[in-house]
Design a protein around this ligand. Structure first.
Ligand code: DX5
Ligand code: ZN
Length: 279
């Protein structure tokens, strides 16, 4: 397995036994109830469903449609559009009206989406007290949960990350455009992804903040290589065919696309163009 792949918990997925594992996982999925899956996953140090454990390396660019830009009057249809376009991960933005100046949705929406798709659900918590609400997001079906270093916690960022990992899920840290990379340093050994926000979090459709964020992304990439770390680099906000390549050049491999994916009538064509931009 490449050292740059997802961490030790994902070793199983990269092994030659992936097919057998997939069958076993399907069986396990049908036999176990949710809380049992979480318990077993924690015990095994992995997750049970290959769909939630993609064999992904830092060299694998992925386009993540962001539900924030979808038509919420028809969530099932919108999620199906992302599925049909070939998206592997779906990005879900939770906003609490306090940490950011907007309110979006909570665990119930994650649960609704979970029922519509097997896509990997990448949940971005733009909220205070994520630790207080954590179990609800885990139970709702999140595969990765990213929390902000700038937010308030009843416990701490470290404790919250630990709880996500113990539940057998992936975890990430997000940095506001004004937060330096150094703020992530205490956590870089414990995360699956680092989200470098490329707009001020809170709203879709904002312009890409190249000057303010690309040096930080490059620093995060350099630090990862120098220290043989494993986190993926995700960018979120203002990602279009003309900005995604810039983020890629600075080290990103996960590209969150709200307006650029759900905006156009033909989302399959939009996906192909975005994928071509980051090849
Ligand atoms: C912004 C959100 C983004 C948002 C991006 O706070 O975190 O995920 O959906 O939207 P676009 O792609 O429209 O900038
Ligand atoms: Zn987001």
């Amino acid at each position: 397995m490449k050292p740059s792949g997802l961490d030790g918990r994902q070793m199983v997925n990269a092994s030659a036994s992936a097919v057998c594992y997939g069958s076993a996982a399907k069986l396990a999925r049908s036999w176990l109830r949710d809380h049992e899956k979480i318990a077993v996953a924690g015990w095994l140090g992995c997750v049970l469903d290959p769909a939630t454990m993609p064999a992904l390396t830092h060299e694998t660019p992925l386009i993540l449609p962001s539900l924030l830009a979808a038509d919420w009057s028809n969530v099932g249809v919108e999620v199906a559009k992302a599925d049909r376009a070939g998206a592997k991960w779906l990005h879900l933005d939770v906003m609490d009206g306090s940490f950011v100046d907007n309110i979006s949705f909570g665990p119930q929406m994650i649960q609704t989406v979970r029922k519509c798709t097997d896509m990997y659900l990448d949940v971005h918590l733009m909220m205070h007290r994520a630790d207080h609400y954590l179990e609800r997001f885990l139970k709702a079906g999140a595969d990765n949960i990213t929390i902000h270093v700038e937010a308030n916690y009843d416990s701490s960022v470290s404790e919250t990350l630990k709880r996500i990992r113990t539940a057998g899920k992936h975890c990430g840290i997000a940095l506001h455009p004004s937060t330096p990379f150094e703020a992530a340093l205490p956590y870089v050994h414990d995360i699956d992804l680092l989200l470098v926000m490329t707009v001020v979090p809170g709203f879709g459709g904002q312009p890409f903040m190249e000057k303010e964020t690309m040096p930080k992304l490059a620093a995060a990439c350099e630090y990862r290589e120098q220290h043989s770390l494993k986190y993926h680099l995700e960018v979120d906000g203002g990602i279009y065919v003309h900005t995604a390549p810039i983020a890629k050049q600075h080290g990103a491999n996960l590209f969150v696309c709200g307006t650029s994916f759900f905006g156009p009538e033909n989302t399959e064509a939009a996906m192909r163009q975005l994928e071509d931009a980051v090849v």
